[in-house]
Design a protein around this ligand. Structure first.
Ligand code: C2E
Ligand code: CA
Ligand code: CA
Length: 613
């Protein structure tokens, strides 16, 4: 007898180890006592004996049957919502109507039945473990032979049930994960649509245009063709909008979109870029045809009258044309800004006209601007006429200010303050931006050493700074000099600035992170590829672009987008900051979305930092 028990336990033990089951605890056993067990055997008293043994051990839901049909009837009855509630079958292979193997074949046809564990019994004289295992296949968890003993049978039942429970948990978790992934995918798809379309007109939006421009850049480069980008601005939209109200304005915008749809082909990319600005990208067109096309469009609108409340408005458009030839272009953003400049020139020259972009225009523009600004920037660098203002960032979890963002200002000769939009573009164009960035890093560390040690600071970096060999040694040196904890330093980069030097930027980001500094992806969502950057850039923090926040309480699309950005960021283990938070209701809404930090005029405007005396 002893040897029987031993051999049974050994088999159970091995099976348990094979299935990587943790030791069964008393509370696990208690949970298992409600399991549904079917006992099948031709001999009525054997079945009754087994039922009794299990009842004494505490099991409550036991059904005894005497043939294979009886087992199948229980299996059929047990199915609810594609799940079978039978947890275990104890099967004596002496059934009159079918062999254990026949039963197995039937059970295999239904995936829920296939996974039900079986304890197989046979007579000692017919003991052929190998044969039984082949007959019963994967479902069998242990083999016993009659007569059964009270020492070996109930523990075998418990083990088999524990195995099943574990497996059910694993597959449940797997299903849950699949569900979560599917939800995330639906969310992303929804996001993709609202991210690339304009609600009012149904035309594509700026992000979609940037994607299409990327394709055109590649295509014109590789196939030596040219494309054209038309930038179209309605000349007197504001007059109409102010006089007749938004409803009239919206109607006109939709009508213009319809006219564009009928004038251009379905292959062209039609976009509403701004409130009354449209763009159309046409591939495979040369300069001559593009100008003809633009002229046709201009005259189409020139003869157009818009009627509202019996008032008639004469409409006209200014059109900027940019010819795209891959070999001459640097980026989609540049192409768009050149088309915009051409449109601006068309407007300045009297409206209702077409202007073709030429490099000379742009150079003239930057040059004119830089003539004034470049010497000012150089002087400011020399005379320390730059200063940093700090804007507080508020942690919702601790209800306290935990960060400040450094924002640079330039002091003019008459003490006026100039803001970054005035001088950063020129500094970039004139190659002065590196010096500015290094100045800011240096200054930010000096400020930090006067601040409490639980405050972190964010430093904006321009994209090109990663090409500068001085940045990394400077950060290393300042960390050593000041003894500041590296994780108190957050560098902010925008995806647009990172795009141009993707590899170098990524490498530098990784090096600075290896020092312990953190990174934030600034203006998140404003670019067209934000989600893929999030995947590829090792950033810790995601700063949702202020453009999504200013009108958040009134704009359901922004709400959907912001909510998804926060969810996706969190599922990637990143924290989120919302900028441009200007009022309490916006903050409350963001809080309900689970955003981690808020920044904006509600919390505080950027100010010069004065340490407590
Ligand atoms: P950013 O990094 O997105 O900075 C946020 C801008 O929004 C700042 O403008 C800030 O003053 C403004 N702002 C903050 N809260 C609110 C709000 O509640 N409502 C509104 N409407 N605006 C708010 P600022 O200082 O003019 O900076 C503009 C941009 O210039 C910055 O955008 C950043 O890209 C760049 N910049 C600023 N400082 C530096 C710097 O030190 N180095 C570099 N490379 N770029 C900088
Ligand atoms: Ca920033
Ligand atoms: Ca920003």
């Amino acid at each position: 007898m002893d040897t029987e028990i031993d051999s049974n336990f050994k088999l159970d033990e091995e099976l348990a180890i094979q299935q990587q089951i943790a030791p069964i605890t008393a509370s696990d056993v208690a949970d298992l006592l409600d399991s549904k067990i079917v006992i099948a055997g031709a001999n009525i008293s054997d079945v009754a004996f087994m039922e009794t043994m299990l009842k004494i051990s505490g099991f409550s839901d036991i059904t005894g049957v005497h043939d294979g049909e009886g087992v199948l009837a229980n299996l059929r009855q047990g199915i609810r919502d594609d799940i079978c509630d039978v947890d275990l079958i104890v099967l004596d292979n002496n059934l009159s109507d079918m062999t254990a193997h026949d039963l197995r074949l039937i059970m295999d046809q239904f995936s829920e039945w296939r996974l039900i564990p079986i304890i197989a019994l046979t007579k000692e004289s017919q003991w052929d473990a190998a044969q039984l295992l082949t007959d019963l296949g994967h479902g069998v968890t242990s083999l016993h032979y009659r007569p059964l003993t009270a020492e070996s049978f109930p523990p075998a039942v418990t083990t088999a049930l524990a195995v099943k429970k574990e497996r059910d948990l694993v597959s449940q978790r797997q299903m849950q994960l699949e569900d979560e992934l599917a939800t995330l995918k639906v969310m992303e798809a929804r996001l993709q649509f609202s991210v690339t379309h304009d609600d009012l007109t149904g035309l594509s939006n700026r992000r979609r245009l940037e994607q299409a421009l990327e394709l055109s850049l590649t295509q014109t480069l590789n196939f030596n063709t040219s494309s054209a980008l038309f930038y179209i601005d309605l000349d007197s939209f504001k007059v109409l909008n102010d006089a007749e109200g938004h409803e009239a304005g919206d109607t006109l915008l939709v009508q213009v979109a319809d006219s564009l749809r009928s004038y251009f082909s379905t292959d062209d990319t039609l976009v509403r870029i701004g409130s009354d600005e449209y763009a159309v990208l046409v591939d495979n067109i040369d300069e001559h045809s593009a100008m003809d096309h633009a002229e046709g469009l201009r005259s189409l609108f020139d003869g157009y009258h818009f009627e509202f409340n019996e008032h008639y408005y004469h409409l006209s458009v200014s059109i900027g044309v940019k010819i795209i030839e891959g070999k001459n272009e640097s980026s989609s953003g540049e192409v768009l800004s050149q088309a915009n400049q051409a449109c601006f020139t068309a407007k300045k020259r009297g409206r209702n006209r077409v202007h073709l972009f030429s490099l000379d225009d742009k150079e003239m523009h930057v040059l004119r601007h830089s003539v004034k600004w470049a010497p000012r920037i150089r002087a400011a660098l020399k005379q320390e006429n730059f200063l940093l203002e700090l804007q507080p960032i508020y942690a919702l979890a601790s209800n306290s200010i935990t960060h400040y963002e450094c924002l640079i200002r330039m002091r003019g000769s008459d003490d006026t303050l100039y803001y970054p939009d005035d001088f950063i573009p020129v500094a970039e164009a004139m190659g002065l931006i590196h010096q500015i960035d290094l100045w800011v890093v240096n200054k930010a560390f000096d400020l930090m050493s006067q601040m409490p040690s639980d405050i972190s600071i964010s430093i904006n970096l321009s994209g090109n700074i990663f090409l500068d060999r001085n940045l990394f040694p400077l950060v290393e040196k300042k960390l050593a000099q000041t003894g500041i904890e590296p994780n108190r330093i957050v560098f902010e980069i925008t995806e647009t600035s990172a795009i141009s030097n993707f590899e170098q930027t990524k490498e530098m980001v990784e090096r600075l992170r290896s020092l312990g500094c953190r990174f934030a992806l600034d203006d998140f969502g404003a670019g067209f590829n934000s989600y893929s950057y999030l995947k590829h850039f090792p950033v810790d923090i995601l700063k949702i672009d202020g453009g999504f926040i200013t009108n958040l309480i009134n704009d359901p699309v922004d709400q959907l987008l912001v909510k998804s950005m926060i969810d996706i960021a969190h599922s990637l283990g990143k924290t989120t900051v919302a900028e441009f938070v200007e009022n309490q209701s916006t903050m409350d809404l963001l809080k309900s979305y689970g955003v981690d930090f808020v920044q904006g005029y509600l919390i505080g405007k950027p100010q010069v930092y004065l340490p407590n005396p």
